[in-house]
Write a protein that binds this ligand. Structure first.
Ligand SMILES: Cc1cc2nc3c(=O)[nH]c(=O)nc-3n(C[C@H](O)[C@H](O)[C@H](O)COP(=O)(O)OP(=O)(O)OC[C@H]3O[C@@H](n4cnc5c(N)ncnc54)[C@H](O)[C@@H]3O)c2cc1C
Length: 380
């Protein structure tokens, strides 16, 4: 067994680490405060080769692996998981095309992402259907050779800034998961509009909006996969994307640990640095354990994706453990900082607000446990 990274992977992670230190950390507070979309940072990240990592060379991408993507996302999330989410949403929006798209669709849409800084988004969740993907209501109907979409998607990362959307819609809600199809839709298509930007608690550098479809006519060529394969495409996408969330968690935990360690060595109570109190030491030790465990679970899940053995279970382990560990580590970081941790003067309160989203999007912590429990019980 060899857990070491290749020279190329070490170089990629080093590039991402330097980029984060220089371009993200100094500006993360500004984007958190204002909620301004970080276009300039993303433009530089795109130029540096930190976006669209898993797109094949044939479409102008880096043809990187899921593990490569995880390495970059951990580094970027060390600086700001909200900025990472904006970058990762491009990977998420593109993945249905990687999973089930035709060569023509990939040429048209994936090449768009690699030829200039362009965004895309993944439109699955709805106002009344998040965890229950098969309960979606956005309708697709057939009109001759065309399809027509009607419905409302909610919580769409990169909504409003995306140039195209991968959209899931049902031919008939009564058919549940068997009625769902996936489509790729240009944002400029008549009948597509983005709603207002959500005013979020954390990850405020990412753009989250509704995306609304009103009599939106799209051609036959917009269908990704088959008319009954949308649910499978959505699930396969999550199997590939959940390791990224775990990698994001690893970045948040490492930052929580580094900030806490530095503060604990400096802050004194009762005449000694707080790092000498065992209660503080144990919180630091827990952070170190959870960083190591999250990183190992992430790399295992990514390795499994990369060897073509998509596994809902390994991805669920990594996402569930990592998200909860990041929430715990960032909360403990605030605790270690005491009253100062509760102010915007220090970066740890942002880590805590940002971490909360990791337990919610791309399948909540409860849904990961539903997947894991189903596996444990073997359908019994
Ligand atoms: C900032 C942000 C960005 C997002 N980005 C995207 C995006 O780009 N694209 C996209 O499609 N979606 C996106 N989402 C949506 C996200 O995936 C959903 O919010 C998430 O899946 C949960 O769905 P919900 O909010 O409808 O909660 P619900 O499904 O209503 O769940 C509410 C609560 O019930 C629990 N619950 C539900 N079902 C069960 C069950 N069977 N067993 C136990 N507990 C259960 C949940 O865990 C949760 O605690 C984003 C969300 C946010 C907040």
């Amino acid at each position: 067994m060899d857990l070491s990274l290749t020279e190329e992977q070490i170089a990629l992670a080093t590039t991402a680490r330097e980029f984060t230190r220089k371009e993200i950390i100094p500006k993360a507070g500004h984007h958190d405060e204002t909620g301004e979309f970080p276009t300039e940072i993303l433009k530089k990240a795109w130029e540096t080769g930190l976006m669209n990592i898993e797109i094949p060379e044939a479409y102008g991408g880096l043809c990187g692996s899921c593990l490569d993507n995880c390495l970059v996302q951990e580094e970027v999330s060390f600086g700001c998981s909200g900025i990472n989410t904006s970058m990762a949403a491009n990977s998420l929006g593109a993945t249905p095309l990687l999973v089930a798209g035709t060569d023509e669709q990939k040429q048209k849409y994936l090449s768009r992402l690699t030829s200039e800084l362009t965004f895309c988004a993944y439109c699955c969740s709805e106002p009344d259907a998040g965890s229950d993907v098969a309960g979606m209501r956005t309708r697709v109907t057939k009109h001759g050779d065309d399809y027509v979409l009607n419905g409302q998607k909610r919580w769409i990362t990169n909504g409003g800034v995306a140039s195209f959307y991968t959209v899931f819609a049902t031919f008939d809600p009564a058919l549940k998961h068997k009625g769902i199809a996936c489509f790729v839709v240009d944002a400029s298509t008549p009948g597509v509009k983005a709603g207002r930007k959500e005013h979020k608690m954390g990850q405020r550098a990412s753009n989250t909006t509704d995306v609304i479809f009103e009599d939106c006519k799209i051609p036959k060529s917009a269908l990704v996969g088959t008319e009954d394969s949308g649910f499978k495409v959505a699930m396969k996408t999550f199997d590939r994307s959940r390791p990224w969330i775990a990698a994001t968690a690893a970045g948040v935990i490492r930052r929580s640990l580094e900030e806490s360690r530095a503060y604990a060595l400096e802050r004194k109570t009762f005449g000694v640095p707080i790092a000498q109190h065992q209660a503080i030491q144990f919180m630091l030790a827990e952070m170190a354990i959870s960083y190591e465990a999250t990183r190992l679970l992430t790399h295992k899940a990514a390795w499994q994706v990369d060897k073509g053995d998509l596994s809902a279970i390994t991805s669920a382990y990594a996402k569930a453990y990592g998200a909860d560990a990041a929430m715990r580590a960032s909360t403990d970081a605030v605790q270690i900082f005491g009253g100062y941790g509760y102010t915007k003067e220090y970066p740890v309160e942002k880590l805590m607000r940002d971490a909360k989203l990791l337990q919610i999007y791309e399948g909540t912590s409860q849904i990961q446990r539903v997947v894991i429990a189903r596996n444990v019980l073997g359908g019994k």
